[in-house]
Structure formats: C-alpha cells, structure tokens
Design a protein around this ligand. Structure first.
Ligand code: SF4
Length: 311
C-alpha cells in the first residue's frame, strides 16, 4: 500500500506559462469581440479547454481568423512568416511568446545573418521548433539525436548551435557532444530553460527514492514527456497522465512511495485529486522535495502592460 508521496519542487507552471495564461486571460476579460489564439496557448488540455469554454477560439492557421480580429500568439513562439501573414490580414497581434523562446529566435536570426549554418537541437514538428526554424529557414537544420548529427550533409559555412528550451538535459548533452566532435569549432548555445532544468533535476531526485513516479502533463507537452523519460531513466516505473482519470490503480500495487510532479504547463490544482485519492489508499505522509527555488517573473507584453502607460 502506498504510504508516502514525494512532491517534486519545483513542478508545474513556469514563468513563461504564467505570463501566456495571464495574457489570454486579460485579453478575454477586456474583449467584447471574439478572441483568437494561434495554436494552443500552452500545451495543456485542461488549460486550453478552460479558455475555450470562456470563448477563446483556437486556430491552426491565421487564414481562419477574420481580418481585423485580435489574435494571441502562444508561449511557444511564432515564425516570422506567420507574423507577416497575420499583419497582411490586418489582425491585431498580442504576442505571448515566452521571452526565453524569443531569445533563441534572436540567436538564430543573428547567427544566420553573421554567415553561420544553424543546427537547431530539438524535435521536428514541435511548435517551438517550427517557430525558431522560421527565423532562418534556408540556413537551419533540426537535429534530435547524435545519429542525426552523423547524417548531416557537409556544408561550407561555420556552425552555430541553438536548442529547443524544453529538451532533456542529459540527451541534449549527448547530442551536443556529437556536434562538437564533428564540428570542433561550432559555436554552441544551450538554451534549455531554467524551468525545464529545475523540473528534471527535481524529478530525478524523487525518482531515485520512489517506487513509482507519476508525471502530470499532456502528450503534446514536450517538457512533461521529458520528465517521464528522466524519471524512467533512473529505473523507477514512471507514467505521464493528463489527470487522475488516466491513472490505473493497479500501478499502486506493491508500491510504498509515490513520486509526483507536473510539467511546466500544468496547473497545480490537477495534483490535489491524486493526493486525496492516495490518502484514501493509505498515504499518511506528503513530503515536499525541494531541489531549487524559482523567483523568475516576466512582464506582460507592452500592449497589455498598463503599469508602463501610467508610469
Ligand atoms: Fe519559457 Fe521555459 Fe516555460 Fe517554455 S518551459 S514557457 S521556455 S520558462
């Protein structure tokens, strides 16, 4: 019977997600007209469903948005071609891109301008990678694994390396080692963000003590998927679920200590039903395991930052 829960800290919302949610929240509160959001504002089913129920309309292409309407860009960033398409339709843009993703865009754009070929370490097809790649489409190649590095066609420009912000710290180190081996003069920026790094460090610590790890987060949330992988790499069984309804009670058989964490786009409220359920199954101790303190906050985008207007 489970008797103890180890609660990873930090877990759940990061500063970029808090900002993106606050942006859409404020725009919805202020608007008397429909509000559109390009892609999921953050990769979490509950958050997106909640905004949908409040009237937000999520689209996959700006051509779905009536000209002149307000559109919010998600935390994952946006390719310049999409921004241009939105401007061409006369859309009023509010950009909720996480500032740490914007930094990777700027690095990519500058590297291409300075004559580099860019290697973007990340997952092809992920919203963030598509946005970053769009800064220098003809100069950027996406690599995911050391194997991808071996398969690259040789070019004659120097190499600049950037990374997706939500990768596995350990897997990325292996890919960057492979890049350095093949291109010893490559300029390397490791852009995995503080929130991803801290959540992976915390899940590793709880996984080493637990008999089972549960990660809350959606399938399309890169950082949540990575958290499960990091936990499983310690040898402890680990599952990723959207919420309590996806938990199979059979997982708890023979388990004394349950490790619990949540991806950067997951509201903490989704943990409580799991904790309450575990208490009914015998848990008497909930132990926070603090690996890092986070104090980072991001300002709202200029168009919504009224403190500036009143300053
Ligand atoms: Fe920003 Fe990192 Fe959060 Fe992504 S996971 S929104 S890069 S702070």
């Amino acid at each position: 019977m489970p008797h103890t829960i180890l609660l990873a800290e930090p877990r759940g919302f990061c500063a970029g997600v808090v900002r993106a949610i606050n942006v859409l929240d404020q725009v919805l509160d202020e608007s008397t007209e429909p509000v559109y959001a390009f892609h999921e504002i953050v990769h979490n089913r509950y958050v997106v469903d909640d905004f949908r129920s409040r009237g937000a309309i999520f689209v996959e292409d700006v051509s779905e948005v009536p000209s002149g309407a307000r559109i919010v860009f998600s935390a994952h960033g946006i390719a310049p071609s999409v921004v241009q398409a939105a401007r061409d339709r006369g859309l009023r843009i509010i950009d909720a891109t996480c500032p740490l993703v914007t930094k990777v865009h700027l690095e990519t754009k500058k590297a291409a301008k300075d004559g580099y070929d860019v290697l973007l370490v990340g997952h092809e097809g992920h919203d963030e990678v598509e946005g970053t790649k769009g800064e220098a489409l003809d100069r950027t190649r996406v690599v995911d694994t050391p194997h991808d590095v071996q398969s690259l066609v040789e070019g004659n420009r120097p190499i600049f390396v950037v990374t997706q912000t939500t990768l596995s710290v350990d897997d990325t180190a292996a890919t960057i080692d492979a890049i350095r081996e093949r291109y010893p003069n490559a300029e390397v920026r490791n852009d995995i963000c503080y929130a991803t790094t801290n959540r992976q460090a915390a899940v590793k610590v709880i996984a080493e003590r637990a008999d089972l790890v549960i990660v809350i987060g959606s399938q399309n949330s890169s950082n949540s998927v990575r958290l499960r992988e990091v936990a499983a790499a310690t040898g402890t069984p680990a599952y990723r679920v959207d919420g309590i309804e996806e938990i199979d009670p059979a997982w708890y058989e023979g388990v004394g200590i349950v490790g619990l964490t949540a991806g950067a786009s997951v509201p903490d409220t989704l943990l409580q039903p799991i904790i309450d359920d575990l208490r009914t199954r015998g848990v008497t101790r909930v132990e926070p395991v603090i690996v890092a303190e986070e104090t980072i906050e991001f300002r709202m985008p200029e168009e919504l930052d009224y403190s500036k207007a009143n300053a």
